[in-house]
Design a protein around this ligand. Structure first.
Ligand SMILES: Cc1cc2nc3c(=O)[nH]c(=O)nc-3n(C[C@H](O)[C@H](O)[C@H](O)COP(=O)(O)OP(=O)(O)OC[C@H]3O[C@@H](n4cnc5c(N)ncnc54)[C@H](O)[C@@H]3O)c2cc1C
Length: 329
């Protein structure tokens, strides 16, 4: 079923359900399709995902294709590509949207190549003004934004997490759910996952945290991060870090925020001893309120924050923990 102005969203699933990013992609796809007059198709691959169809329709999909088979979990490019290429050739949409995570970043260029089109990765905005689609993404380490368009279709686009508001579910929405039965020869799967290790870091998730306490070089070591972690816990939030702090081994790399780390959008972002390099700030620009603590009054982070404290971050963190503990009795 061809829909040249349609938008297709690639859905990753975890434990049988679409990952949180899916609702952000569907919200964006819905707003684009409403402007172009096309439809929104969700294409979900995974194992045990029969229940995902209704969830995706409720979040804005007009049509859902489900490829439900153990061969799709964990992600394997060869298995996914077999289904995606065939289905997308049939649909011939204007754009294909995916999250800019490990799967999306691996999949987008492969898919664009097979569809003889182009990939635009790590986007933060898509516009449907003026007749065609344009894509905005950070460049020069986050210091500037470039706006690009693609001459071929479909444009295969990956989007940063938290760059768009999630779609609001409507349980009364009606849509079509089509179950695909792909016949994939396991012999054609050239890459195999031989081992999967779960992170030992069991702190609160960064992507859903309402409060993040993030530390940088100014915390001056693992001991400083212990204090920052205690403060995060006292505030019911998650611990984050700058790249320098992760590179120095003070905090696990999974906690890195920024251009080459995670993108977050908490209500409160408390930055302890972080200078405010553009590459760090591009990962937390979506925070509602940034509070910075730094000994250097000229630190660039003071240009980004709503509240700034010139002082020692370890002293301030310890004092805050003591005050919060006292107020809790
Ligand atoms: C391609 C590329 C990608 C990158 N990706 C990322 C990324 O994803 N995330 C990221 O964070 N960085 C990234 N970087 C690195 C980035 O440019 C900075 O080097 C890094 O963010 C600096 O970390 P920092 O603020 O902890 O350290 P610094 O820049 O060294 O700043 C430390 C700050 O702590 C202050 N300070 C010192 N002592 C105290 C104290 N006792 N109390 C309070 N403040 C104190 C200092 O005044 C200073 O402002 C990237 C760089 C490149 C080139």
């Amino acid at each position: 079923m061809t829909d040249k102005s349609g938008v297709v969203v690639l859905i990753e699933c975890e434990d049988g359900a679409p990952v949180p990013m899916s609702t952000e992609l569907l919200g964006l796809a819905r707003s684009l399709a409403d402007k172009t007059g096309g439809s929104v198709t969700a294409l979900a691959l995974g194992s045990g995902i029969a229940g995902a169809g209704d969830i995706l329709v409720a979040h804005g999909a007009d049509r859902v294709y489900l490829a439900d088979d153990p061969i799709f979990t964990p992600y394997q490019a060869d298995a996914w590509m077999a289904v995606l290429v065939e289905t997308l050739r049939d649909l011939a949409p204007a754009a294909v949207l995916a999250g800019h995570g490990a799967v999306g970043a691996d999949l987008a260029p492969r898919l664009a190549f097979r569809l003889e089109s182009a990939a635009v990765t790590d986007c933060i905005a898509v516009s449907a003004e003026g007749g065609g689609l344009t894509f905005t993404r950070p460049c020069y380490g986050g210091k500037a934004h470039e706006v690009v368009s693609v001459k071929t279709a479909p444009a295969v686009v990956t989007l940063r997490a938290k760059s768009h508001a999630p779609a609001t579910p409507d349980e009364d929405r009606q849509g079509e759910v089509i179950v695909l039965s792909p016949d994939i020869d396991p012999a054609n799967i050239r890459v195999r996952i031989v081992e999967k290790r779960r992170e030992t870091d069991d702190g609160q998730r960064l992507d859903t945290a309402r409060v993040i306490v993030a530390g940088g070089r100014g915390l001056d070591g693992a001991e400083g991060f212990q204090i920052a972690g205690d403060l995060a816990q006292t505030l019911g939030g998650a611990l984050g870090a700058s790249r320098v702090a992760c590179d120095l081994g003070w905090c696990p790399p999974s906690r890195q925020i920024g251009l080459s780390g995670r993108t977050v959008a908490p209500e409160l972002y408390l930055a302890l001893g972080i200078s405010g390099a553009a590459q760090h700030m591009s990962g937390c620009a979506g925070a509602k309120t940034i509070v910075a603590v730094n000994t250097d009054a000229q630190a660039p982070i003071f240009k980004y924050c709503r509240f700034g404290v010139i002082g020692d971050c370890r002293e301030l963190a310890a004092a805050l923990i003591a005050a919060l503990d006292k107020s809790k009795g």
